[in-house]
Structures are given as structure tokens and as C-alpha cells.
Design a protein around this ligand. Structure first.
Ligand SMILES: [Zn+2]
Length: 421
């Protein structure tokens, strides 16, 4: 249990909001796309520059720094005991059309929390750590949330290093090239708890009165790529009955994905990528590669959706005589967070006078992987108009600072709590 003095100290302590905002702005200048957005694809030159900047800040604050074999960056403030740490973090890679806050907020707020605590001169009861996970976005290398999967041992370093991007460049070679294939073993630091502050990336908090989200878990995610093969016929001379029309089959898949969301309450589905070949106005596309992304907070509902999609794919293939091959790009089960930690986040929000609501995460996060090895929770702050993965991604300064203060308060509560039985 918390000592009276500690409770007072944690109750009054606040982050330096200006310092956090200025670091967010500085990181956003690296890979800036000129339209307010950022492009720091995992293990690119821009990602390396972002990493270099983060390492410089970690050292400036006086943290013990480590880079693990998959490039995860860790900064540690030692505690009174050398046991498991309260780990806070997120990622600093972005999608191709990323914003300033997705990921960066969770890493820089964690750094700010640790620096604010360090500046009080009080040694925390347990180590506090900030972590920036490699390739959370999966924009360049699939699957996504790679660094956290290697951290927990779900994916081996060898498997991760062998993953290639669309140009055939491997994670391993790119880690070596940018100088971030570190020596320490992923997962070297045991987690007493994991906390991640993140923008919501959806419209709910902003549309419904603002405040803080105490995230209850991450919904199940299924990404599938379909390759449709037909005949690249002339669009004028080939009678309709002779065509094997991949675009017609693709339309069937798109319409069915939408129909499923009307049938299965809570399901969301998206076709985000369609590449037609040869892509000419006057040629029936002989080949289409497309993706379907489906998510649901309950595993069984997502499995039902996947099964029905598979049945429909077989029906469409038979009806159009288009061959349809499927490949799983990513599949993660629903991951609930730790009830006690969700409560800690809720209490922290309320103690700071913030409107706080429970909500599930619509997006995938490193926290869902960390939740498999340690008590985990997330804090959401509002995304203006719900916009994310977009240069117009924005969160009010006051919400950025409020979220960091919730992280600070929650981290101190957890750091002072008794070890788990
Ligand atoms: Zn993110």
C-alpha cells in the first residue's frame, strides 16, 4: 500500500507540459511531409533520425539506455529495488501518411513522466522505463506490432529479421544498416506493469464531450489479402459471357464485407487496398490484389465473420470463374486489459478532475501484446474529428498534457503497489 507521504507526492506531481509539447513538435519535424504530417516508416532513414533524437533525449535525462536485437529502444530510471519495472511506451514509426501524435505521444509522455519524477529527487520504489517498440505500424513490414511481439517472445528474432518489405529489403539488414540491431535480448527487462498513452484515433471522445478513455482492451483483428485471377480480355471485343472478371468478383467481396457489418453487431470491415492489373481503362483486369481488414471486440464474432467471408469467397469464385487465393497478413485475438489497472487509470483521471470513460480500442497497439506478459492498461486522449493516420491528425495541447498527467499518476500508483502475489 502507498505511504501517506508518497500519496501526497504523487497527488501533487505534474508533468512539464511545455517540455512534452516541444519534444512532440521536434520529433514531428523529423520526416515532416510539409502538410502537417510525418513519414517515418519503420527502419527507414527518417526512422533512424527519430531514433537518434529519442536516444539523445534519454541520455540527456540521464536514463540508462538500451537497444535490443530487434531495435526496441529502452530508457530506465533505477528504483529502490532492481525488480520488475513499470514500463511505459509506444512506438515512433509512422504510416506513410502519418500524423504527429500516433505513437510519438506514448513514448514522449513516458519520457516526460520519468523525467518529472526524477527531478523530484525521489527514487521510485521500482524501476521506471520508457520503451519505443520497432515497427508498430506494419506499414512497411507486415505483420505490424513486430517489436512488441519479439519483446514478449511471440515472434523470434530470426523470424523478425527475415521479414521483407515490398522492395525485398529485410528487417535484419535494415536494422544493421541504420545501426539499431542492439545487443541486449528483447524482453530483458521484466514488466511489473505496462502502461501506454495513445490518441484514440477514432471519433468517440471528441464527439462525446472529451476527457480521458480508460481502455478496457483491444478488439480482435483479422487482415487478409486476396489475389483474384481471371483473364485480361479486351473490354470492347470480349462478350460479357466469356469474361472472367476480377473486378466483378472484387465488388462482390467489398459488398459482402459491408453486409457482414450490418449482420454482426459491432463488426467493422474495410477494403483498404485494391491493385488492378494491368490497370487500363479498356482491359478487363486479369489480376486484382486486395485486402480485407475486419475487427470485433469478441473473438467468436470475428471468427464467425471470417467463416462467412470464406464461404462467400468460394461462392463468388464459382459464380465468376475467378480464382481467389487468400493469404493471412495479420491475426490477433481480442485482448482484454487488467481490471485492476483499468481501475488505476480511471481513478487517476478522476483524481485529476477529468471526465473519464471506459472504452475498447478500435486499433491494434503494442499494449495488446504486452498484456500477454504483464498487467497492462491504456489511456486514450481525444483525436480531433477522429482523424488519424493522416497529416490532419491532431489532439489539443490540453489533452496531450492531461493524458501525460494521468500516465504519471497511474505510473506512480502502480510503482508503489505491492508486488503481485
Ligand atoms: Zn500507434
Amino acid at each position: 500500500m502507498t505511504q501517506a507521504g508518497e500519496r501526497t507526492a504523487s497527488g501533487n506531481l505534474r508533468v512539464n507540459g511545455d517540455r512534452l509539447l516541444s519534444r512532440l513538435a521536434a520529433l514531428a519535424r523529423i520526416g515532416a511531409t510539409g502538410d502537417g504530417g510525418c513519414r517515418r516508416l519503420a527502419l527507414s532513414d527518417e526512422d533512424r533520425q527519430g531514433r537518434d533524437q529519442l536516444m539523445a533525449w534519454l541520455k540527456e535525462v540521464g536514463l540508462e539506455t538500451h537497444v535490443d536485437a530487434v531495435g526496441n529502444i529502452v530508457g530506465i530510471l533505477p528504483g529502490e529495488t532492481a525488480g520488475p519495472a513499470v514500463i511505459m511506451g509506444s512506438h515512433i514509426d509512422t504510416v506513410g501518411t502519418g500524423g504527429k501524435f500516433d505513437g510519438a505521444l506514448g513514448v514522449l509522455a513516458a519520457l516526460e513522466v520519468i523525467q518529472s519524477i526524477k527531478e523530484t529527487g525521489i527514487t521510485p520504489p521500482r524501476p521506471l522505463a520508457v520503451i519505443a517498440f520497432t515497427n508498430e505500424e506494419g506499414a512497411r513490414f507486415q505483420p505490424d506490432i513486430l517489436g512488441s511481439c519479439v519483446w514478449t517472445g511471440e515472434t523470434s528474432i530470426e523470424e523478425a529479421r527475415a521479414i521483407r518489405d515490398a522492395d525485398g529489403k529485410a528487417v535484419g539488414a535494415e536494422l544493421d544498416r541504420i545501426g539499431y540491431a542492439g545487443r541486449v535480448k528483447p524482453g530483458f527487462l521484466e514488466a511489473h506493469a505496462y502502461l501506454e498513452l495513445h490518441i484514440e484515433q477514432g471519433p468517440i471522445l471528441h464527439a462525446e464531450g472529451g476527457g480521458i478513455g480508460a481502455v478496457t482492451g483491444v478488439q480482435a483483428i483479422s487482415w487478409t489479402e486476396y489475389t483474384l485471377t481471371g483473364d485480361p480480355n479486351h473490354a470492347g471485343t470480349t462478350p460479357m459471357r466469356y469474361r472472367r472478371n476480377t473486378s466483378l468478383a472484387a465488388a462482390g467481396i467489398i459488398a459482402f464485407a459491408d453486409a457482414l457489418t450490418h449482420d454482426i453487431e459491432g463488426l467493422v470491415a474495410n477494403v483498404g487496398r485494391i491493385v488492378t492489373e494491368p490497370g487500363n481503362v479498356n482491359v478487363v483486369p486479369g489480376r486484382i490484389v486486395m485486402t480485407v481488414d475486419m475487427r470485433h471486440p469478441i473473438d467468436a464474432r470475428l471468427i464467425d465473420a471470417e467463416q462467412r467471408m470464406a464461404d462467400e469467397i468460394a461462392r463468388i469464385s464459382a459464380a465468376t470463374r475467378v480464382e481467389i487465393a487468400s493469404r493471412e497478413l495479420a491475426r490477433f485475438p481480442a485482448q482484454p486489459f487488467a481490471e485492476e489497472l483499468i481501475g488505476v487509470v480511471e481513478q487517476a483521471g478522476k483524481a485529476l478532475g477529468l471526465k473519464t470513460r471506459r472504452m475498447h480500442s478500435g486499433a491494434g497497439h503494442d499494449a495488446q501484446i504486452m498484456a500477454t506478459v504483464a498487467p497492462t492498461a491504456m489511456i486514450f486522449v481525444p483525436s480531433i474529428d477522429g482523424i488519424s493516420h493522416n497529416p490532419r491528425e491532431r489532439t489539443e495541447d490540453a489533452d496531450v498534457v492531461a493524458g501525460a498527467n494521468v500516465l504519471l499518476t497511474a505510473a506512480l500508483t502502480v510503482a508503489h503497489a505491492r508486488p503481485r502475489a
